[in-house]
Design a protein around this ligand. Structure first.
Ligand SMILES: Cc1cc2nc3c(=O)[nH]c(=O)nc-3n(C[C@H](O)[C@H](O)[C@H](O)COP(=O)(O)OP(=O)(O)OC[C@H]3O[C@@H](n4cnc5c(N)ncnc54)[C@H](O)[C@@H]3O)c2cc1C
Length: 323
């Protein structure tokens, strides 16, 4: 079975991994010159189905709970299973109650508990929710490592305009082009993010800071880097971060720990999350074309489940599903 995958974001690369592992002959074509720069490149890398349930439907939890295992099996050593800590400033303590009513899989920790989990947050918050089963990864390192691994498995990569023209040389095509995909029903949800660098703060896990208007998270990465994200704006504009968003994200980081006020602002970025009206992803088939799209704010969390479904459709393990 020859499969041509269009798009080297998290949807395309996880599908390539599923297909190559099952013996398919896979080519990935990507219109950019390398895998960087897409929505997947700007993600936080949180594998947080219990926290996401606060605003997402139940399938996000049931489809996403095995995501950390999938990534660990695909890329050993890339997944950090340290859980998620959710905090709120004293004036927004009601947000913590609201969050706890809409989620499960957490325990409540007090001042000492917070200090034990995150010594640098000692004394800053009186109460927190700890989601011990959650995990995270560095999306950029993971995607680059996945690309390398796929090349070793015999998957071909072609980049740039010429590659995109290619068609008719595979049994099946898989459209994993995110916002460029079939427009029917797809909308963009703009997400702005920052990368900060400081040696003054150390965190072991993603920390979510609740706020009635702008909930924000800080995800630690190696090299004293912290990803701060992310805005949620109904727009498909991939343009530069606005000053307002920049101020809000920086304010939130500063509220989490004042040492972020002295941090180096290494990068600002914008990714556009492809979403359907119900904010749930879809695997669709149209003749010999399969589409994975609508990963919204759950690309790293839900792409493994979507890739598995798509691979079963393509390779015919699903009764009558072979296109
Ligand atoms: C700021 C931010 C933070 C996020 N944080 C998280 C998180 O913590 N956890 C999580 O699970 N998710 C997170 N997400 C969501 C996640 O990033 C997206 O759901 C995911 O990246 C979507 O992946 P994709 O492969 O569908 O699209 P993309 O990553 O956009 O990839 C699509 C690719 O297709 C290429 N392409 C387009 N047209 C063509 C064509 N004609 N031919 C070939 N190639 C083409 C594009 O260049 C692109 O590389 C976040 C998103 C943002 C923006």
């Amino acid at each position: 079975m020859k499969v041509l995958i269009r798009g080297a974001g998290v949807a395309g690369l996880t599908l390539a991994n599923e297909l190559a592992t099952r013996g398919a002959d896979v080519t990935v074509v990507e219109k950019r010159r390398r895998i960087a720069g897409n929505a997947s490149w700007h993600a936080g890398g949180m594998l947080a189905p219990w926290c996401e349930r606060e605003s997402a439907e139940e399938p996000v939890l049931s489809l996403g709970r095995d995501a950390a295992d999938w990534w660990e099996a695909a890329l050993p050593g890339h997944v950090m299973r340290n859980g998620t800590l959710v905090v709120a400033p004293a004036r927004d303590a009601g947000e913590l109650d609201r969050f706890s009513q809409r989620t499960s899989g957490f325990c409540t920790v007090d001042l000492e508990g917070i200090a034990a989990l995150e010594p640098d947050l000692e004394g800053r918050f009186g109460r927190a929710l700890f989601f011990a089963q959650e995990a995270h990864l560095d999306p950029r390192k993971a995607l680059l490592a996945l690309q390398e691994k796929l090349v070793r498995m015999g998957v071909r990569f072609e980049f740039g305009y010429g590659a995109v023209q290619a068609s008719g040389r595979a049994d099946v095509e898989a459209d994993c082009t995110g916002m460029a995909g079939a427009k029917t029903g797809l909308r963009g949800v703009r997400g702005e993010m920052l990368l900060l660098r400081t040696q003054e703060v150390s965190l072991a896990r993603p920390v979510r800071l609740l706020h009635p208007r702008i909930p924000v998270y800080v995800v630690p990465r190696t090299g004293n880097l912290f990803m701060v994200g992310a805005t949620m704006i109904e727009s498909d504009d991939p343009g530069s971060i606005t000053t307002r968003s920049l101020m809000e994200l920086l304010n939130a980081a500063y509220a989490l720990h004042p040492a972020f006020g002295e941090a180096e602002l290494v990068e600002t970025g914008t990714g556009v999350r492809p979403a359907f009206a119900d904010n749930m992803p879809r695997v669709e088939r149209d003749g010999s074309t399969i589409r994975i799209n609508g990963l919204y704010r759950h690309g790293f969390l839900l792409a493994p489940a979507m890739a598995r479904q798509a691979a079963e459709m393509i390779l015919g393990n699903e009764e009558g599903a072979r296109p």
